[in-house]
Design a protein around this ligand. Structure first.
Ligand code: GDP
Ligand code: MG
Length: 359
């Protein structure tokens, strides 16, 4: 799976684009070997300049449109993230202006090329070409703000996280140092990748594991699901909202050893916040570091979790204890969703097939 904006090109500023087009036109003109008398030569050379300027500008602008996906067509996870990073209306308006510029320059090219071709006077031919240059520069300058905006947008959008939207996804939560990253590494055999996530300095960690030929994705989100809501800003809240479209199960990690530096009470408090926030999600509560934790503390957390209707699971990301059971529970919870998803895909395909074959 790729970042939908991965292919979006750097967007030149208006001045850079004008410069580039004019330079390329000069190069093309000096490399050309027009035939005929002075008038014919002038005509060919100036027409070549006009055509080159137009095609360089249009190719550049068209590349932006071709390689930028429409936000409205993106999967919800990305749509939510994009909305936090760019103003969607402004983004689409800028793309529409680029489209307008392409068409306008195309029209100017046709008109001026024709005028040049029918002109009898070399001086007038040069004047026409200059006037064309001026018109093109005006068009590009009129979308200068749009180009700048699109380039800024591109610079943030290219850092969207790369995750597989099709895979059932486990999101790990819990205080810092409770063992989330260790757990992710222990669950997913391959080395987890760090995917950039524009809302945290550390990015998110993504790993996968496979069970019975089905793949599962595990995500650890440093800075997002490891501290109280009150400490999060608007953008981070939005980033958490996006996670809701991606995740299927929350694995909440406790550290009853308290080596993480957060007392049990504080851990319980954060758990309650996240449990409320992700109310619609199935939760698996794990008690990590049981290899070094006091039995008393472990029992205290277990008691609390049972009072919430959850069946806690003892694990040690360090020794591997309980991890098979954890995977089994993840799969058990996710399986109905995977099957439901598969059913929907099949129905969709079937419907399309019926429509296409006119049944
Ligand atoms: N003894 C023990 N230490 C662990 C366990 N899991 C993690 N740790 C240690 O706890 C510290 C914090 O772990 P880390 O995965 O970085 O926590 P995170 O901040 O939640 O990602 C590290 O020093 C780990 O080696 C465990 O099950 N047992
Ligand atoms: Mg970590």
């Amino acid at each position: 799976m790729k970042n939908p904006f991965e292919k979006m090109p750097t967007v030149l500023t208006a001045d850079e684009l004008i410069d580039k087009a004019f330079r390329r036109a000069e190069r093309a003109a000096s490399a050309s070997t027009p035939r005929g008398g002075p008038r014919a030569k002038a005509r060919q050379r100036e027409e070549l300049r006009v055509r080159t300027v137009s095609s360089v500008v249009r190719d550049n602008l068209k590349k932006i449109l071709d390689r930028t996906p429409g936000v409205s067509e993106l999967p919800e996870f990305y749509r939510e993230l994009v909305d936090t990073l760019v103003d969607r209306d402004q983004f689409h308006r800028s793309l529409a202006h680029v489209n307008w510029a392409i068409k306008t320059i195309r029209n100017l090219e046709q008109r001026y090329a024709e005028k040049i071709r029918y002109s009898r006077n070399p001086e007038e031919i040069a004047k026409l070409r200059k006037s064309f240059y001026g018109r093109v520069a005006d068009v590009i300058k009129s979308i200068a703000d749009d180009l700048e905006y699109l380039n800024q947008a591109r610079n943030v959008l290219k850092d969207l996280p790369v995750v597989d939207l099709e895979l059932p996804t486990v999101v790990i939560a819990g205080h810092p140092n409770v063992g989330k990253s260790t757990l992710l590494r222990a669950l997913t055999n391959a080395k987890p990748e760090v995917a950039s996530y524009p809302f945290t300095t550390k990015g998110i960690n993504v790993g996968q594991f496979e069970e019975h030929h089905l793949k599962y994705q595990v995500i650890d989100t440093p800075g997002l699901l490891d501290r109280p809501l009150s400490e999060r800003n608007e953008v981070e809240r939005q980033a958490i909202l996006a996670l809701k479209h991606l995740g299927d199960v929350i694995v909440y990690v406790f550290d009853p050893s308290e080596y993480c530096g957060y007392p049990i009470e504080e851990q319980i408090h954060l758990f309650e916040e996240i449990h409320r926030e992700f109310g619609e999600f199935p939760f698996i509560a794990v008690l990590n570091k049981v290899d070094i934790a006091d039995e008393e503390k472990v029992k205290a957390v277990e008691e609390f979790l049972r009072s919430k209707g959850l069946e806690p699971l003892r694990v040690s990301a360090a020794t591997g204890e309980g991890l098979e059971e954890l995977k089994r529970r993840v799969i058990e919870l996710v399986k109905p969703m995977v099957e439901e998803q598969a059913r929907k895909v099949m129905e969709r395909e079937l419907k399309r097939y019926r429509e296409e074959s006119g049944l």
